[in-house]
Design a protein. Structure first.
Lengths: 466, 491
C-alpha cells in the first residue's frame, strides 16, 4: 500500500485510499465523470444544510513514523507486570503466552475476515472455531459450546437469561461473594429480562452454603450459579452436590477457571446444565483487560436455547466434510426481537487463540500448568503462614488465588508494597463489605510466571506489614 | 482464475503427537493436594508438537478469505482495509502487559490513550460523553438501551414508556437489543423511496415510546433527510433518539448524530475505524450520550484532572457495567491509532471516497439490476435481483466467491426481495469494483443450472445447511456420541 515518507511534503497519503489527486487521477476522474459530478462533496447534497458540519476540530493526521513515536511514548508511561513483582489476578491472570498463539491469530486471512456468512470461502475459520468448540467441550466435559461470548461477565448475564428462557422462572441465585465485575454486568442483564438476583452466603470454609441454598430455593427459582475456584480462589467442594439439591427442573450454571481444568474435575462431571469461564487464561495475555473470550457450554438438550453463533460439522453436496453456521434461526438477523440474544460480533479470534493454546499445551501441558499454579500458590501460602498472617479460609483447597488479611490500613499496605516494587494482589475495598481502615483483605494470585525474586519481594513486604 | 487452497486437514484433536512447548518452571516437581471428588485424570485433548499446530493452522488460514485476501464489499459491515500499523501499536509491551486493576498511576499511558479516543469519538459524533466499555456493536446497543431504561426509571416514566420504535429496514440487533433491555418493539414500514414513512412514524411514536432507534444512512444506503423533523417530533413526545452507528462511514465529518438530534449513539470501531474483525470479533461498541444522560453511563469512567488520568469515576445513576474491565482495549488502541493517523482531513476523505465508490457501483449495477429507493446513495446500496430470468441473490453470491470476490450481504434488508447489499468502502480500486460489476453482470447470462454446481474453486461446494441444523453437531464430542468411525466415514 501507499505511504508517505516522514519528511515528504506531498498531500497526505492514507493506507486505504488508492487514488489521490496527484496519483492515479485518471481513475478518480473516471468515477467523477461517470457520476457527472466535479467533486465527491456533491454526493452529500441530500444532507440538509441545517445539519451539515463544516469542520469538527480534530487534529491533523500523522504518518506512520510519527504515530509509532507517540504510541511508544504512551506505552512507556505504563508500568508493565514485567517491571514489578505482580500478584494481581482477580479475574484476569498473568499467564505465559506462547509465541505460536499470537502468530496464528495474526494470519491475515483470519485476522481481517468478517463473520463467515459465506461458508464455502470461510472454511478455515469455521473449522478453527469448530475445533475451539470441540476442545472446550472436552475440557469442560459438556456436549456443546458456542463459538464465543464477549467475556465471562456477559456469559453469566446470558446464562441467567437462558435459565429463564428454559424454565420460565425468574429468580436466579448467585453467591454473595462474587466479583463486582461479574455481578454488575449480571444485574444489567437481569434488569432487562426482569430476573430477580438472590444472594446466598458462604459457609465458614468459604464455600457455597448448601443449607442456605436449600432454603433459598422456591417455585420461582430458575437456576443457581456457583463457581470453583470462587472469588477467594477456593476449590468449592460443595459443588458436586449442587445439582442434586436444586433438582432437574432448575438450571445449574457452573463457573470455572479453564486453566484449572487440567487438574480439576470438569463441570460436566457435576451435572452442570450450563458452564462458563473466561478463556483469557488460555494464551490471551493481559492487554489491559481485553480482548478476552467468554466460554459458554451447555448440554445437548439445551442447544437451541443457547446464545451465540455455533459452528457445526456437516457435508457439502459432494459429500465432503464441511462446516456450517448452525441453528441461525435463534439469532437476531432472522428472529429479530424474539432472538435468544442480540449478539452479532463475538470474540471469534480470541476463541481461535484459545484453541491454539489448548492444542499446544495438550493434556500433559494442562496438567503440568495446573500443578505448577497450585504448587507455587501453596509455596507462597507457606511463606505467608511463617509471618502469622491471617488467612480467613485457611484449610480450604485453593487453585491459584487465596485471601489474606493484614491488620493494617490499605494506605499503609500500599506504601510498603510500593517500596518493594510489589503489587501484593487485589485489595477488596468497601464495595465488598470490607472496612479498609483497620484491615486490608487481599486476594493474592500466583501463576507460573511468578519468579523466586517475586516471592522474595513478598517476604520483605510481609516482614513490614505482618 | 481464482483458486483457493484445498487441504483435507484433520480436526486438531485427532492430530496426536508429543508436546514440544515448554512451560515456565516445567522441570520443578510440585506436590498438589486436591480433594478426591475434585480431581481429574486427563483433559482428553491429546498432545502435539508446536510445528504440527502451526502447520495445521496455517493450512486452515489459507482456506479463509479476509480483506487482505481481496475485495470484500459486505454491506453494512464496512470491510475497509485494516492498516498494519494498528496491529503493531496494539502489541507494544507497554500496552500488552498491563493489568486493568493496577494503580492508575502506573497505567497513565493507557488511560491517556483511552481518554483521547473517547474525546475524538465525542467530536466525531457531537456527543457530550462517551464510554468505551461495550465489547461489540450489539453490546453498545444493549448498553445504550439500558441507559434509556434507567433514564425513564429515574424520571418515573418507565411504567408507561415500554416501546422502542424501529424501521422495518433496521439491523436485527436493534429489535433484539430493545427486547433484552426490557422493551416492546414497534416496527414501522418504509416509504417507497426507502426512507422512513413519516406518517407511519408519527402514528407509531407516542407517549408510550421510550426511544426511536435508527441508523442514518439507513440500511438501503439512503440518507434519511427528514431526520430533524423526526427528531423534533420524537422529542415532542418525550422519547429519546438512538443512533445505530453501523453506517457512520457514510456521513463521517459531513454531519454528526448530535446535529441530527440524537441523544444516544453507539459506534462499531471494527467497521468505521478500521479495526480487524477477526472472523467474527472482537469488535468494540463505544456509546456516546448527550448531557442529560451522562449520569447513567457504565462505570468506571476515565477522567482527567488536567494533570493525571483517573479510572474510578462512578456516574451517580450508572447502569452498572457491561463488560468485566475497560472494554476490548486491543481494539481501542487500533481505533485510536487510525483516528490519530487520519486526522479530520483523512476521515473526510475516507467518507467521501466510500460514498463515491458506492455511487459509482450503484450506477453501473443499475444498468442491469434494479436498485430500490432514492438514486443518491451513501456508503452502500441494495440491488434487487428480481425478474423472470434473474439469478437468485444466493446464486450470485456463490458465483462471486468462486471468482475470488467476496459476496455482498445477501437477503438483507428483509424488505428488499433477493437483496444484494453492496458496500465497497474507500479501500477499493476501480479495477476491483469493475471486476465485481462484470462478474455480477456475467451471472445474468449464465444458464441457471450452472449455479447448482458452484462454487468449484473453493475448499467445498455448497453446504447442506439444512442437515447441519437439523442434526446439530457443534463438537467432535457430540459427533462421536453417535459414531466412533473416522470423520470422513461418518459425514
Amino acid at each position: 500500500m501507499m505511504w508517505n515518507f516522514p519528511l515528504s511534503n506531498v498531500k497526505q497519503f492514507y493506507p486505504f485510499k488508492p487514488y489521490h489527486d496527484d496519483i492515479m487521477s485518471s481513475d478518480l476522474s473516471d468515477l467523477l465523470n461517470e457520476l457527472k459530478i466535479k467533486s465527491p462533496d456533491e454526493l452529500f447534497a441530500d444532507i440538509p444544510d441545517a445539519i451539515r458540519t463544516k469542520t469538527l476540530g480534530l487534529p491533523k493526521g500523522m504518518d506512520e513514523d510519527e504515530i509509532r513515536r507517540v504510541a511508544s511514548a504512551y506505552a512507556g508511561m505504563n508500568k508493565t507486570v514485567n517491571q514489578e513483582h505482580s500478584f494481581l489476578g482477580f479475574g484476569l491472570y498473568n499467564h505465559f503466552v506462547p509465541a505460536a498463539v499470537s502468530n496464528v491469530i495474526n494470519r491475515n486471512e483470519f485476522l481481517t475476515a468478517y463473520t463467515p456468512y459465506q461458508a464455502e470461502i470461510s472454511q478455515g475459520i469455521m473449522q478453527a472455531l469448530f475445533e475451539y468448540q470441540s476442545l472446550a467441550a472436552e475440557l469442560f466435559q459438556m456436549d456443546a459450546v458456542n463459538s464465543s461470548m464477549y467475556d465471562v461477565s456477559t456469559s453469566l448475564g446470558e446464562a441467567a437469561r437462558m435459565a429463564k428462557i428454559i424454565t420460565g422462572k425468574n429468580e436466579f441465585i448467585v453467591p454473595k461473594y462474587l466479583s463486582k465485575n461479574k455481578r454488575a454486568v449480571l444485574d444489567n442483564y437481569a434488569r432487562g429480562a426482569e430476573i430477580k438476583v438472590k444472594e446466598i452466603d458462604f459457609d465458614e470454609k468459604g464455600m457455597i452454603d448448601l443449607e442456605r441454598l436449600k432454603e433459598a430455593l422456591n417455585e420461582n427459582t430458575s437456576g443457581v450459579y456457583v463457581e470453583y475456584p470462587n472469588m477467594f480462589g477456593i476449590i468449592d467442594t460443595n459443588v458436586p452436590r449442587v445439582k442434586e439439591i436444586i433438582g432437574e427442573e432448575r438450571i445449574f450454571v457452573a463457573g470455572v477457571n479453564p486453566i484449572s481444568l487440567g487438574v480439576l474435575a470438569p463441570p460436566g462431571k457435576f451435572g452442570a446444565d450450563i458452564a462458563i469461564g473466561d478463556g483469557q487464561v488460555l494464551g490471551l495475555g493481559l492487554n489491559f483487560g481485553g480482548p478476552v473470550v467468554g466460554i459458554f457450554a451447555t448440554k445437548e438438550q439445551y442447544i437451541r436455547k443457547m446464545p451465540g453463533k455455533i459452528m457445526g460439522i456437516t457435508k457439502d453436496h459432494n459429500g465432503k466434510v464441511a462446516f456450517s453456521m448452525i441453528l441461525q434461526t435463534r439469532e437476531q438477523h432472522i428472529r429479530r426481537e424474539r432472538a435468544v440474544t442480540n449478539m452479532t460480533s463475538n470474540q471469534a479470534l480470541m476463541a481461535v487463540a484459545s484453541a491454539v493454546y489448548l492444542s499446544l499445551m495438550g493434556d500433559s501441558g494442562l496438567k503440568k500448568i495446573g500443578e505448577i499454579n497450585m504448587g507455587r500458590t501453596k509455596e507462597l501460602m507457606d511463606i505467608v503462614k511463617e509471618f502469622s498472617v491471617t488467612m480467613p479460609y485457611d484449610g480450604s483447597p485453593v487453585f491459584n488465588e487465596f485471601l489474606i488479611r493484614l491488620k493494617e490500613s490499605k494506605t499503609f499496605v500500599c506504601r510498603i508494597a510500593k517500596k518493594y516494587n510489589l503489587v501484593p494482589g487485589y485489595a477488596l475495598g468497601k464495595n465488598y463489605g470490607y472496612n479498609d481502615r483497620n484491615q486490608t483483605n487481599i486476594v493474592v494470585n500466583v501463576t507460573e510466571r511468578n519468579t523466586n525474586d517475586d516471592f522474595n519481594a513478598y517476604k520483605e513486604f510481609l516482614r513490614e506489614v505482618a | 482464475m481464482y483458486h483457493q487452497a484445498v487441504f483435507d486437514e484433520p480436526i486438531i484433536l485427532d492430530l496426536k503427537g508429543r508436546r514440544t512447548i515448554k512451560i515456565p518452571l516445567e522441570n520443578q516437581k510440585f506436590r498438589v493436594d486436591i480433594p478426591e471428588m475434585m480431581k481429574r485424570g486427563s483433559a482428553g485433548i491429546g498432545d502435539r508438537e508446536e510445528f504440527s499446530v502451526i502447520r495445521h493452522y496455517v493450512k486452515l488460514s489459507e482456506m479463509n478469505f479476509g480483506t487482505d485476501s481481496g475485495f470484500y464489499p459486505l454491506g453494512s459491515c464496512t470491510m475497509k482495509y485494516n492498516p498494519k500499523i494498528n496491529d503493531e501499536i496494539a502489541v507494544l509491551e507497554g500496552f500488552r502487559m498491563i493489568h486493568p486493576l493496577q494503580d492508575s498511576n502506573d497505567v497513565q499511558g493507557a488511560l491517556k490513550l483511552l481518554y483521547e479516543l473517547a474525546e475524538s469519538l465525542k467530536i466525531i459524533t457531537g456527543m457530550d460523553e462517551m464510554t468505551l466499555q461495550p465489547l461489540a456493536g450489539a453490546g453498545g446497543e444493549f448498553a445504550g438501551l439500558s441507559i434509556v431504561r434507567a433514564y425513564f426509571e429515574c424520571t418515573k416514566q418507565l411504567d408507561t414508556r415500554r416501546e422502542v420504535v424501529v424501521p422495518d429496514s433496521a439491523h436485527g440487533s436493534n429489535p433484539a437489543s430493545s427486547h433484552m433491555a426490557g422493551f416492546d418493539v414497534v416496527q414501522i414500514p418504509s416509504a417507497p423511496d426507502g426512507t422512513v414513512d413519516i406518517e407511519k412514524f408519527k402514528e407509531a411514536v407516542t407517549e408510550k415510546t421510550a426511544a426511536f432507534m435508527i441508523t442514518n444512512p439507513n440500511t438501503l444506503g439512503i440518507f434519511e433527510d427528514k431526520i430533524l423533523e423526526m427528531a423534533n417530533y420524537a422529542h415532542s413526545k418525550g422519547a429519546l433518539l438512538y443512533y445505530d452507528g453501523a453506517n457512520l462511514n457514510g456521513i463521517m465529518t459531513k454531519t454528526t448524530p448530535a446535529k441530527m438530534g440524537f441523544d444516544i449513539v453507539h459506534l462499531n470501531l471494527h467497521k468505521t475505524f478500521s479495526t480487524p474483525h477477526g472472523g467474527g470479533g472482537p469488535g468494540a461498541g463505544p456509546v456516546g450520550v448527550v448531557e442529560k444522560l451522562k449520569d447513567f453511563l457504565p462505570y468506571p469512567m476515565i477522567t482527567f484532572d488536567g494533570d493525571r488520568y483517573h479510572d474510578d469515576y462512578v456516574p451517580p445513576k450508572t447502569i452498572g457495567k457491561v463488560a468485566s474491565f475497560f472494554g476490548n482495549f486491543g481494539v481501542l488502541v487500533r481505533a485510536w491509532t487510525y483516528i490519530k493517523m487520519m486526522g479530520e482531513e483523512g476521515l473526510r476523505d475516507a467518507c467521501e471516497t466510500a460514498v463515491l465508490n458506492s455511487n459509482y457501483m450503484r450506477k453501473k449495477v443499475q444498468e442491469f439490476m434494479s436498485v430500490p429507493g432514492k438514486t443518491l446513495k451513501k456508503h452502500e446500496f441494495v440491488a434487487s435481483s428480481v425478474g423472470a430470468s434473474m439469478p437468485k441473490a444466493g446464486d450470485i453470491a456463490k458465483h462471486l466467491i468462486d471468482n475470488g470476490v467476496h459476496a455482498p450481504t445477501i437477503y438483507f434488508p428483509l424488505i428488499v426481495p433477493e437483496a444484494l447489499m453492496v458496500e465497497p468502502t474507500e479501500s477499493a480500486t476501480k479495477a476491483e469494483m469493475d471486476l465485481f460489476i462484470e462478474t455480477v453482470r456475467q451471472t445474468l447470462k449464465l444458464p441457471h443450472e450452472t449455479f447448482e454446481k458452484e462454487p468449484v474453486n473453493l475448499k467445498v461446494t455448497r453446504i447442506d445447511d439444512v442437515d447441519a441444523s437439523k442434526n446439530p453437531r457443534p463438537t467432535l464430542r457430540m459427533l462421536r456420541k453417535e459414531h466412533k468411525e473416522p470423520l470422513q466415514q461418518v459425514i
